[in-house]
Design a protein around this ligand. Sequence first.
Ligand SMILES: *Cc1c(COP(=O)(O)O)cnc(C)c1O
Length: 391
Amino acid sequence: MSGQSRFDALMAVNKRPPIAMVEGHGSWLTDENGKRYLDFVQGWAVNSLGHSPAVVAEAVASQAKRLLNVGPAFWTQPLVDLATLIAGDRPLNRVFFTNCGAEANEGAIKLVRKWGGLHRRGAHEIITMIHSFHGRTLATMSASGKAGWDTIFEPKVPGFVKVPMNDIAAVERAVTDRTAAVMLELVQGEGGVNPADESFVKDLRRLADDKGILLVVDEVQTGMGRTGKLFAYEHFGVTPDIMTLGKGIAGGVPLGALVARDAICCFEPGDQGGTFNGNALATAAGAAVFRVVSDPSFLAEVTRTGAYLAERLGALGKEHGGFVRGRGLLLALVLGSDRANDANAIVARAFDQGVLLNAPRPNVLRFMPALNVSRAEVDRMIETLGPLLAV
Ligand SMILES: *Cc1c(COP(=O)(O)O)cnc(C)c1O
């Protein structure tokens, strides 16, 4: 990277426009020049209640004045509160908090390996899906089925076997004495918004029970109301053994969680931890978000808004030869064959016109707005997108 920009002190890990964002409220973001953007990315499905929602700002401000962090040696009230909220009377009732989604998945991998060591004669392999995304640490990159990742940062962490999603026969063939778990996203987010089939997930649960292996769902993107249920697994009528959370869990404050059935929790003191894990600030934000998004009427509205967005995108798709897929407010417009490489160009033009969209693949536009996005904001985004598809 050649020099001479005020951004040069940063490692160039991402292509970013040469502007800084300064403020955000709800679905609107403002840059340093005062230009406003209608945000249908929201920090990659992170700002579940939009930019700087009052409930999170207040929870963070009041917790910051009282107690930020005591380290892993003590409990705090926000830590206990959020764990208790997530556990509820649900089957996945033991929580370990992390600082991000990748770290939650690292924890899941460690828990599976320890469990396999104790209960499946040392089995440690995890079957994962092609096009999956589980994070950017070495183990989670190794677990991911993202194209091109199999050859970088070698040597990888061994022990991950990749199969195509929605192909139960391929999973069955991949199970051996070394297998300890199957791990998947219920809607692959980074892979292009690819939903898992209901029958596939049910078959996975049956297979896991038959073979005595664990079912792990990575709900970092799909969890906390994004798909219209609190957790996406609730759509499938199955219960996983392990679930990971992140992204929207604390509405923009860094937080993740590893959640598991009590019966398979085999970590002992010293096995897992981290300096900042479960700190009072992040868990206070998480508790504030949880109280909003777990309300059945809030979730019902996510479903309705998602259906409205899907309908409007579907109409555009019909006009221009594409189609919609996804669940709740994690949706994609798959472009028609004549626009198969245009998603990035459309994102760039939408940005110029003040609308933030995302293209996880060259032919896919992804929509992950705030869960409380309004219909007027959906209409506004569609008004910008429509003409861009026509060109
Ligand atoms: C974003 C994401 C991750 C990684 O989370 P980070 O917070 O970026 O570490 C893992 N899994 C899924 C499904 C994700 O969408």
